[in-house]
Design a protein around this ligand. Sequence first.
Ligand SMILES: Nc1ncnc2c1ncn2[C@@H]1O[C@H](COP(=O)(O)OP(=O)(O)OP(=O)(O)O)[C@@H](O)[C@H]1O
Ligand SMILES: [Mg+2]
Length: 257
Amino acid sequence: MDNLPLIELSKVNKIYGKLVKSQILFDITMTVPSGQFLVLIGPSGSGKSTLLNIIGALDRPTTGEVFIQGKNLGKFSDEELARFRNQFIGFIFQFHYLLPEFNALENVLVSYWIHSLKPSKEILERAMYLLEQVGLKDSVRKRINLLSGGQQQRVAIARALLNSPQLILADEPTGALDTKTGEQVLELLAQIRQESKMTMIMVTHNREVALRADRIIELIDGKLCKEVYPKTVGLHETIKILESHSCNLEDAESSLS
Ligand SMILES: Nc1ncnc2c1ncn2[C@@H]1O[C@H](COP(=O)(O)OP(=O)(O)OP(=O)(O)O)[C@@H](O)[C@H]1O
Ligand SMILES: [Mg+2]
């Protein structure tokens, strides 16, 4: 079990449209080991969010398979997928999708409210602990729309961590924040990741963030184009690879691990 990659994608294709088909992802085959911090980069429209949503079981591939911890997600019903997502994955999006009329604590616990479940004492304590960890101890009862953008994204991070997910998926988590606030949020995520050994896949346009990853994958036109391990090849070489216009992956068929 331990030798299994946490995530395995096998020839994932995504096609939108029935009459006019447009293919967004082409034969994506890759694995992600447990504990890795993987950054996905690529031009706008290259399919990064689509890929992240498929990994996160928010969307299904048109063809191909996704395995998480050896489980074939294609065999799950929608209901099973929802349960799996809730237990296993924490999502952080560019726009945090918090409920403006509720306070920070209520937003962290939102998955309980929407199912009309009363959170246990342990869950409540964890929510409080997480809000403290993200630096919002004094704003627990503040309504979301009274918090700054950076504070709101911190609430969203606390919400994503509530169920101690093994996998964090972040789609441009600082895309809507100013540089300084974004930097603080990333610092926080890096710290949380290090402490918890969570696997994290982050889409970002921020090069500084990408350079801190264990691994960078670039998507171009829905195909895997580049793969770099900054900590292995060094920053200088990483930047050189990122700036080159050719792909260092021969073709999309090559299996990444
Ligand atoms: N539900 C959908 N129906 C049809 N086309 C879609 C749908 N979702 C995404 N697309 C198309 O798929 C392509 C890839 O979109 P995606 O959001 O994955 O790109 P991205 O790399 O995340 O871009 P960005 O950096 O701008 O967020 C785009 O051309 C987009 O228009
Ligand atoms: Mg996107």
